[in-house]
Design a protein around this ligand. Sequence first.
Ligand code: HEC
Length: 322
Amino acid sequence: MSKVWLVLVALPLMAEEPVSFQKQIRPILARQCAACHQPASKQSELLVTTYDGLLKGGRKGAAFVAGKPDESVVIGYLTGKTSPQMPFGGKPLAAEQIDLFKRWILEGAKNDSPPENLDLTTLKPAVYYAPPLITALAYSPDGKMMIVGIAKELPLFDSVSGKPLSTLKHKSGLLGCRFSPDCQSLLCAGGGDGATLWDLKSKKSQLLEHGAYGAEFSADGTLIATAGDDNHVMIWKAKGDPVTTLEACKDTVFHVAFSPNGKRLVSIDSSGGVRLWDTKDWKLLGESRVAPATAGAPTPSWYPDSRRFAVGGDKMIAVYDV
Ligand code: HEC
């Protein structure tokens, strides 16, 4: 009888998976900490956007000691044992979140994040145990193809017959996909993946920017803009060669949109900062702010005449005359 009891009690404990840095710790860092601990704003010299950043640590040295949560700098700051408590000036993390950090460190602080330039073509096909969530969907401008973004794959369909054409692989967290105007490439963005550019013929992919939430082609397909999590917009040529970096944003950039005539670019950041750029010399032409919508960042949309654009905010739509 007592044996049966032991098994029943022990099972849930044994079934508990180790804490994943990539899936559980990184999202907390990205949401609650990265605003102040990233390349453009590195408070106390600490970077939390990568595992190596935490390992290197800030002024106090490594942010964690593997196996020893009580000796880890980051735990002291999260619990408030070391002041000022983190996140600085904000609400402390929930006790369960702090426990995740402690458990992750206790379990050896392993890094399970994928290498930044993983060759996506070598990943094995994903296996689904339930219908997957669709997080991105796009038709090609010629109407012939449709791409569907699910957990780790991008199946490409013939949009007329519905037949699968091929499947591209990606890592995770896809938020959006765009075909280039000539239908030769595909641009995808998402928190986990960053902005990835695919050549649809060779099926080769290229990581443009790690940690990009939005990416768009210009209407003529000659330029790409990516919205980055370290407060900047990056501009690329159509084949992925870097052109320039736009630095004036104060927060994680969520969306970018070229005007239909290609002369202007709008960027929107997570605190509702709206910025208008000239695509000739990449000068900042103007800035404004909308109250960010609680359900996510507002998306910009241009009028066909390129003279106005609209941004969705909290219970309102702001229309700008450029
Ligand atoms: C609003 C800005 C801000 C946010 C958000 C923020 N920090 Fe900080 N962080 C700071 C500042 C400022 C310091 C320096 C504090 C001091 O020593 O006076 C700091 C220091 C630290 C240090 C000490 C680094 C060292 O070695 O000196 C750690 C660790 C840390 N933060 C972790 C975090 C974590 C984890 C989060 C998210 C839960 C977070 N921070 C969120 C601003 C911030």
